[in-house]
Design a protein around this ligand. Structure first.
Ligand SMILES: [Zn+2]
Length: 416
């Protein structure tokens, strides 16, 4: 069950079942008796509701470690928060792909491909906005450049001082996703109708964009990579921009990082933002569809080359595209074990999961991770701070049950 299905299921609850579900905390240690008191109901009714929720997959009930045959204790866990938190945790912190655990937004590319670049470039802005929305893009009203006699300012309140003129959305978009976009879609459309100058932005979700900046030799980097990996970038979905192009790729959840694939080549991915065709650049040039061909896919190798290591990414010092399953933990720590820069966060995360599985609490996890960091991690350009370790230990302890609790462990450490 993915996040979307879960949300639908939760919405479908009614009556006592709904009340009981809402009454339950994310993780419930309460005895059945106390639950019945809290719900002001009989235990039979409660038990029926509990069984029903288990059948629906909305909660799971496991024996607590301190219970026994005579005095069974149970932990009730809501499925939803585990899935949600696991995805938030990995997504925000590690930017890794784990499709099973969170909602994946899908774009209807074939609808877009019904049109040629010229077709869409020739449309009115409102028709573009509507088409993009119909294709499933999360379309955001975006600030635009205003041209004065000899300068250019942004339509936002920072005007001439805006560092990002015409390139940032008007509204906060962090919490907008494919699930709740419908709530604001018509409001945004109306904003476009009322202000025809607005630039069009996409929240990147369900795809990624390669931002090729020719001023920094992005075209040459792309050419080299295309040759090396035998990819034809001539007939892909791409947008012509002032200083280069945007190439839309099918990869999801690449790291939003600048310049790590190569010179002049950036990536916008899940949660990121990109200015869409139909917008105006501060140079006065328009963003236009270059070609609407096939969706390109970037080979994983790109991100596994030594040269692509993210050296200074603030959010994680982590190799882009690196996945949890790529990290192998040794059975025991030996003096020749080294955790490379670029793999440190993910490896520490995996250690935390293994130790959590073995029963470590947040304090113990913290101690273990500090030891591993100090003894086995390359220092890298940016050391991993105690605070980061604290965050990691707390998150894993909070979100992942131990093996003996037999809960749904989203990430089982491998037995290698
Ligand atoms: Zn601005």
């Amino acid at each position: 069950m993915n996040r979307k299905e879960l949300e639908e299921l939760i919405k479908s609850l009614v009556g006592f079942l709904k009340r009981y579900y809402e009454f339950l905390p994310d993780v419930c240690w309460m005895s059945e008796e106390n639950q019945a008191k809290g719900m002001k109901s009989g235990r039979t009714r409660l038990r029926t509701a509990k069984r029903k929720l288990v059948e629906m997959g909305l909660i799971q009930v496991d024996p607590a470690p301190n219970g026994n045959r005579q005095n069974l204790k149970h932990i009730i866990r809501k499925t939803y928060p585990i899935i949600l938190r696991a995805s938030e945790l990995e997504h925000q912190r590690y930017g890794i792909e784990e499709e099973e655990y969170y909602y994946i937004h899908d774009i209807n590319w074939s609808l877009l491909q019904n049109y040629t670049a010229e077709d869409i470039n020739g449309m009115d802005k409102l028709d573009k906005v509507r088409l993009y929305q119909e294709c499933g893009f999360i379309v955001l009203p975006t600030h635009y450049p205003i041209f004065t006699d000899n300068s250019v300012k942004c339509s936002c309140s920072r005007e001439f001082d805006c560092p990002n003129k015409g390139k940032h959305p008007i509204h906060k978009y962090k919490f907008i996703d494919g699930l709740n976009y419908d709530d604001v879609k018509e409001i945004y459309f109306e904003e476009f109708r009322q202000n025809p100058n607005l630039n069009i932005g996409f929240k990147v979700s369900g795809f990624s964009v390669l931002d090729v900046d020719n001023r920094h030799n992005g075209d040459k980097t792309l050419e080299q990579l295309a040759f090396e990996y035998d990819i034809d970038f001539n007939h892909v979905i791409s947008v012509k921009c002032s200083n280069g192009q945007h190439i839309y790729v099918s990869n999801r959840n690449l790291k939003n990082t600048a310049g790590f694939i190569g010179e002049g080549l950036d990536v916008r991915s899940e949660g990121g933002f990109i200015v869409a065709p139909g917008s105006l650049h501060k140079s006065g040039k328009a963003y236009k569809w270059n070609e609407i061909g096939e969706l390109a896919t970037i080979p994983r190798d790109w991100f596994e080359k030594d040269s692509v290591e993210v050296a200074t990414s603030k959010s994680g010092n982590q190799k882009a595209g690196l996945m949890l399953q790529d990290i192998k933990l040794p059975n025991r720590l030996t003096s020749d074990y080294v955790i490379k820069d670029g793999e440190r966060h993910l490896t520490l995360f995996k250690w935390a999961c293994r130790e959590r599985g073995n029963g470590a609490n947040a304090e113990r996890l913290y101690d273990i991770l500090i030891t591993i960091r100090d003894s086995y991690c390359e220092t890298g350009e940016e050391p991993i701070t105690d605070d980061e370790i604290r965050f990691l230990a707390d998150s894993v302890a909070k979100n992942f049950p131990t093996n003996s609790e037999k809960g749904g462990i989203p990430f089982k450490p491998e037995n290698n």
